[in-house]
Design a protein around this ligand. Structure first.
Ligand code: FES
Length: 137
């Protein structure tokens, strides 16, 4: 019997939005030095700062793959500000919970998303555009 619930197993077996993105608006890569897992996330952002597409590559455990998958589903359609506000706890809860020993895996997924958004914001700043034109921070 698996220590993971059925939803986690389903995302692990059939992860959504796996792959590489051509010409992304932002890319985030994070790793966990204790387990060695690595996650990379790509986002495409439209003119209204909404995430319209997202892809990930994860070299890691089953929980890391499942949390990557659910994070992509949670983030698509959200603004970059909403994506930045997503927490590790929300990721784990969206999967119906993770075993305590695997909770750190959900941190990796949220951190990769946040890193991709921060990369997007840094690119906007480098271009001299105002990433927070809407006034929402
Ligand atoms: Fe490393 Fe899950 S064991 S992210």
């Amino acid at each position: 019997m698996s220590v993971y619930n059925e939803k986690v197993m389903e995302h692990f077996r059939h992860p959504r939005n796996v792959g590489v993105m051509d010409d992304p608006s932002g890319v985030g890569e994070v790793g966990n030095i204790s387990c060695g897992d690595i996650m990379r996330m790509y986002i495409k952002v439209d003119a209204s700062e909404r995430i319209t597409d997202i892809k990930f590559q994860t070299f890691g455990c089953g929980a890391a793959v499942a949390t990557s998958s659910i994070v992509t589903e949670m983030a698509i359609g959200k603004t970059v500000h909403e994506a930045l506000a997503m927490t590790n706890k929300q990721v784990a809860e969206s999967l119906g919970g993770l075993p305590p020993l695997k909770l750190h895996c959900s941190n990796l997924a949220a951190d990769a998303l946040h890193a991709a958004v921060k990369d997007y914001l840094a690119r906007q700043e480098a271009l001299g555009t105002e990433p927070f034109a809407s006034g929402a921070v």
